[in-house]
Design a protein around this ligand. Structure first.
Ligand code: HEC
Ligand code: HEC
Ligand code: HEC
Ligand code: HEC
Ligand code: HEC
Length: 372
C-alpha cells in the first residue's frame, strides 16, 4: 500500500507553494476545479493504481519550468542527473546519429519524453531529456517518491506520494521494455528492449533496478548518475571472465555473472560482447583468429519490415562458455584473447563482424602460453 503524506511544516512558503503548483499543474491531465485545495485532501491510493513514469508526456515548456524548480532545491541530485544519459537522452551523439537514420515520433516519445512526439522538440525540451519531472511527476498527487527511509523527508515543502511501486522495478518498466514500432505480434522476439522481463527472470527479481543503479550517496540519498555503458568499472564488475587452453588451438572462455539483474548486455538492441582469440606470428602478424558475439542476433524474413530475433546467447543467470578454435597454426605458439563490451552504432551488413562500433570497453584480456 502506498501512503500519501503531506508536510504540515512549511519549509519556505513561497518556493513551496510554487513547487506544489508546478507539480499539481503537471500532474493534472485535465483540470479538476471541483477538488479541494491540495493541503486539505488526504486520499490514500492502493499502490498498484499509482501512475508510474513512462514515455510520451508532451508537457513541453511547463515541464522545463517545473524541472527548474526541482533543480534549484535539490542541487546534489541535480548535479548527478545533469550529464547523465537520462538528461542527455535526446542530445547524446550516439542517439542523434541513429535518430538521423530512423527519425520516428516513436523514438522521440522516450528520448524527449516531455515533447509532443509528432513535432520537432524545442531546444529546452530536448535538453531536459528524461527529467526529474518525467520520473517524479506523473498523474499521481504531488511528487512521486519511494517509501520513507529517513525522517528528513518529512521536511518536504511539497506534497509527496510515497509509493512502494515507485520503489520497485515498475518505476523503470515504462521505458526500459518495448516492442518494435510497427509490430503487432506479441512475444519476446518482438521486443526491441526487454530489460524488465530479463530482470523478472533473474535472481534479482525481488530487488528494484534502483538497488543496483542508484547506489547510496555518501551524504544520504541515492545517486542519479545511472552510469552503465560508459563506465568501465561498472561493466567489468558484471562478470568474472576466465580463459583456458583446451587443446592445440582450442580456447575456452567463460563469463560468470557476479550478481545478475538482467542479461549482460541488456538495453539497446545492438549492444554485444565480443569474444576474440588470435595466434600471433612474428611482428604481431595474425596467423589465425576466431570471434564470437554474445548478443541478441537479428534476422529478416521476406516481406517482413522489422528485424526478428533469431537467437539470444547473452550472459544471463548462468555462466556462459564460448569455444574458439584456432587450428594448427596455434601449435607451439601463444594465444592472445580478449573480451570486450561493444556499443554498435550500425550493423552495416548481415555479417556481424562488419558492424560499425560506437564505443567499447575491454572487460578482460590475456595470453595463453604455448601448450607442451
Ligand atoms: C522549495 C524547494 C523544493 C522544490 C521546488 C522541490 N523540492 Fe523536493 N524536497 C524539498 C525538501 C526540503 C525535501 C525534504 C528533504 C529532502 O529529502 O531533500 C524534498 C523532498 C523530496 C523528495 C522525497 C525525498 C525522500 O527522501 O524520499 C523527492 C522525491 C523530491 N523532493 C523531488 C522533487 C521534485 C521531482 C521536484 C520538482 C517537481 C521537487 N522535489 C521540488 C525541497 C524542494
Ligand atoms: C521516461 C523514460 C525513462 C524512464 C522512466 C527511465 N529511463 Fe532509463 N533511460 C531512458 C532512455 C531514453 C535512456 C537512454 C539515453 C541514451 O543513452 O540516449 C536511458 C538510459 C538509462 C541508463 C543508462 C544506460 C547506459 O547505456 O549507460 C540506465 C542505467 C537507466 N536508464 C536506468 C533506469 C532506471 C533504473 C530507471 C528507473 C528508476 C529508469 N532508467 C527509468 C529512459 C527512461
Ligand atoms: C529515471 C528516473 C528518475 C529521474 C530522471 C530522477 N529521479 Fe529522483 N528518484 C528516482 C527513483 C526511482 C527514486 C527512488 C529510489 C529508491 O529509493 O528506491 C528517486 C529518488 C529521489 C530522491 C530521494 C533520494 C535522494 O537522493 O535524496 C530525490 C530527492 C529525488 N529523487 C529527486 C530528483 C530530482 C531533483 C531529479 C532531477 C534533478 C530526479 N530525482 C531525477 C527516479 C528518478
Ligand atoms: C543486481 C544488479 C542489477 C539490477 C537489479 C539491475 N541492473 Fe541494470 N545493470 C547492472 C549491471 C552490473 C550492468 C552493467 C552490465 C550490463 O550491461 O548488463 C547493468 C546495465 C544496465 C543498462 C545498460 C545497458 C547495457 O547493458 O549496456 C541498463 C539500461 C540497465 N542496466 C537497466 C536496468 C533496469 C531498467 C533494471 C530493472 C528492470 C535493472 N537494470 C536492474 C546491474 C543491475
Ligand atoms: C519506449 C522507450 C524507447 C523508445 C520508443 C526508443 N528508445 Fe532508444 N533507448 C531507450 C532506452 C531505455 C535506452 C537505454 C538502453 C541502453 O542504454 O542500452 C535507449 C538507448 C538507445 C540508444 C543507445 C544510446 C547510447 O547513448 O548509447 C540508441 C542509439 C537509441 N536508443 C536509438 C533509438 C531510436 C533511433 C529510436 C526510434 C527508432 C528509439 N531509440 C526508440 C528507450 C527508447
Amino acid at each position: 500500500m502506498s501512503q500519501v503524506r503531506r508536510s504540515r511544516r512549511a519549509w519556505s512558503p513561497r518556493a513551496a507553494s510554487w513547487a506544489l503548483g508546478a507539480a499539481a499543474f503537471l500532474a493534472c491531465t485535465t483540470p479538476r476545479p471541483s477538488e479541494p485545495p491540495l493541503e486539505s485532501v488526504a486520499p490514500s491510493q492502493p499502490s498498484m493504481l499509482t501512475p508510474m513514469p513512462g514515455p510520451a508526456r508532451g508537457r513541453m515548456e511547463a515541464a522545463v519550468r517545473a524541472n527548474d524548480g526541482c533543480v534549484a532545491c535539490h542541487a546534489d541530485v541535480a548535479a548527478e542527473w545533469r550529464g547523465s544519459l537520462h538528461q542527455r537522452a535526446n542530445i547524446e551523439p550516439a542517439y542523434q546519429r541513429s535518430f538521423a537514420i530512423e527519425p520516428l515520433p516513436f523514438c522521440r516519445s522516450c528520448h524527449a519524453p516531455e515533447a509532443v512526439s509528432t513535432e520537432e522538440e524545442p531546444e529546452a525540451v530536448s535538453h531536459l531529456g528524461v527529467g526529474c519531472v518525467t520520473c517524479h511527476v506523473t498523474e499521481a498527487e504531488g511528487v512521486l517518491a519511494a517509501p520513507l527511509r529517513s525522517p528528513a523527508a518529512e521536511r518536504s515543502p511539497h506534497a509527496l506520494t510515497r509509493s512502494a511501486t515507485f520503489g520497485s522495478a515498475e518505476a523503470c518498466a515504462g521505458c526500459h521494455e518495448f516492442r518494435f514500432p510497427f509490430t503487432r505480434a506479441l512475444g519476446k522476439a518482438t521486443l526491441m528492449q526487454s530489460t524488465h522481463s530479463e530482470h523478472a527472470e533473474s535472481p534479482a527479481s525481488g530487488r528494484s533496478c534502483a538497488d543496483c543503479h542508484m547506489p547510496a550517496r555518501p551524504g544520504g540519498g541515492r545517486s542519479h548518475r545511472f552510469a552503465a555503458s560508459r563506465n568501465p568499472d561498472f561493466l567489468r564488475g558484471a562478470a568474472l571472465i576466465t580463459a583456458t587452453r583446451k587443446g592445440v588451438g582450442l580456447v575456452e572462455v567463460t563469463l560468470t555473472p557476479k550478481d545478475p539483474g538482467h542479461a549482460f548486455p541488456t538495453g539497446d538492441l545492438f549492444r554485444r560482447i565480443e569474444v576474440h582469440a588470435e595466434v600471433e606470428g612474428p611482428d604481431r602478424m595474425s596467423l589465425a583468429s576466431a570471434v564470437r558475439y554474445l548478443a541478441r542476433h537479428w534476422g529478416f524474413k521476406p516481406g517482413h519490415v522489422e528485424r526478428l530475433l533469431v537467437s539470444d546467447d547473452r550472459v544471463a543467470n548462468e555462466p556462459r562458455t564460448v569455444e574458439l578454435e584456432l587450428g594448427e597454426q596455434a601449435a607451439g605458439r601463444e594465444i592472445v584473447w580478449r573480451v570486450a563490451y561493444q556499443r554498435v552504432a550500425h550493423p552495416k551488413g548481415i555479417d556481424e563482424a562488419d558492424a560499425e562500433i560506437e564505443g567499447e570497453v575491454v572487460l578482460a584480456a590475456g595470453r595463453l602460453p604455448a601448450s607442451e
